[in-house]
Design a protein around this ligand. Structure first.
Ligand code: PLP
Length: 394
């Protein structure tokens, strides 16, 4: 075990600390003072701004990426008997939403360097029942969309992108979320843009976008969004069994200015990324790969692979030691086939996804957000290097 060393810092460094500025706070306060808290003008503005940022035809704001994925899969017409291919290394919501619509998730092992769905392993998973692929741009590194699009075209599959990590991601000049029929984004507290809870769907078809909008608010006809507006009460009609997935203006208010600062926050994370890469270059760790030309990494996660055999210390001890240094870390993720519920439902075994299995055991996400100060970053580096230097026999 580690010798007791003084922690590198006294105050706990929260993992995924968001950066909120006075203009964000003012915009929320204005919503509160106006009395218009629910879906309204600020939500519309945020949708339009996001649409413009992504150069996408349609954007619908919702209250989470989970809601965005659910509605996209629903509107894509997926249901019982359909198979949906996704990655074995993702957040549970990617798989849960496939289950919400009654479809069957089919997992693909990952690439050992990008941790994205391995394009070489997708085709073997395609059956006559396969209807869609849900690529997840892990950590903000884009999936191999050329290969995925070619497979989707060849086999007539839909693409629904899980862009929870990928707001700023670009691939060969195209923006993440605009490849598929739908692109789903998260504005959860740890993500690159934060509205507390929140999400967005980008859609290609006007008809499908309108249907998502209706389904996000109880299945009430479109004008329902304005039913308490200045134009007077508008009678609404329920046309489908919808959900309560709409975004509030208070949430949109938080997002509007962050979206304008998106480039600045990205630059800051890029800087932190570079600092980590240099500081850890000589340590016995697998570091993230640098994105090649033509790829813009969103730098949502900075993950190191902690190989117990190589370092001489179990990952769990490293996680504990980071906590003792008052540094919040995270693990993205315990892989999908390792969760008891899915094992019970589908008989999945992690050994069938060997790269996923390795990464699931080794991966550690270090703090990576624009809210980190230079001192915070220096503390993380001191803690990681100090823990490795302190391994007996090193
Ligand atoms: C965070 C996350 C989600 C879910 O986002 P919410 O907005 O919390 O619903 C889905 N997929 C991935 C990969 C995520 O990281």
């Amino acid at each position: 075990m580690n010798p007791p060393v003084p922690p590198v810092r006294d105050q706990f460094l929260v993992f995924g600390k968001p950066i909120l500025e006075e203009e964000d706070i003012q915009e929320v306060v204005e919503s509160l003072r106006s009395g218009w808290l629910g879906t309204g003008p600020k939500t519309t503005r945020f949708e339009n701004d996001f649409k413009a940022y992504k150069n996408a035809p349609h954007a619908i704001a919702v209250n989470s990426c989970t809601a965005a994925l659910h509605l996209s899969l629903l509107v894509a017409g997926l249901g019982p008997g359909d198979e949906v291919i996704t990655t074995a290394m993702t957040f549970c919501a990617t798989v849960n939403t496939i289950l919400y619509v009654g479809a069957t998730p089919v997992l693909v092992d990952i690439d050992p360097w990008t941790f994205n769905m391995d394009p070489d392993r997708i085709e073997a998973k395609i059956t006559p029942r396969t209807k869609a692929i849900v690529p997840v741009h892990y950590g903000g590194y884009p999936c191999d969309m050329d290969r995925i699009e070619a497979l989707a075209q060849k086999h007539g599959l839909m693409i629904i992108e899980d862009c929870a990590h990928a707001i700023e991601t670009e691939y060969h000049g195209r923006k993440a979320g605009t490849f598929g029929d739908f692109g789903c984004f998260s504005f959860y507290v740890t993500k690159n843009l934060v509205t507390g809870e929140g999400g967005m769907v980008l859609a290609k078809s006007a008809e499908q976008a309108a249907r998502i909008k209706t389904l996000a608010l109880h299945g009430m006809t479109h004008d329902a969004w304005k039913r308490f507006g200045t134009e007077g009460f508008k009678q609404y009609q329920v046309v489908e069994i919808g959900y309560k997935y709409n975004m509030m203006d208070i949430q949109a208010a938080l997002g509007i200015h962050q979206l304008r600062r998106i480039e600045r926050s990205w630059q800051r994370r890029r800087e932190i990324w570079n600092t980590y890469q240099q500081a850890f270059a000589s340590l016995p760790l697998q570091l993230p790969i640098e994105p090649p030309a033509g790829i813009r990494h969103a730098h949502h996660l900075y993950t190191i692979q902690w190989d117990e055999a190589r370092i001489g210390m179990p990952r769990s001890h490293f996680l504990d030691a980071m906590k003792a240094h008052n540094i919040g870390i995270s693990v993205h993720y315990l892989s999908i086939p390792e969760h008891p519920l899915y094992q019970e439902m589908f008989g999945w075994r992690v050994e069938d996804y060997p790269v996923t299995e390795r990464v699931s055991r080794q991966t550690v996400s270090l703090p990576m957000s624009a809210g980190l100060s230079d001192q915070d970053v220096a503390d993380v580096i001191a803690a990681v290097t100090g823990i490795i230097a302190g391994v007996p026999g090193r």
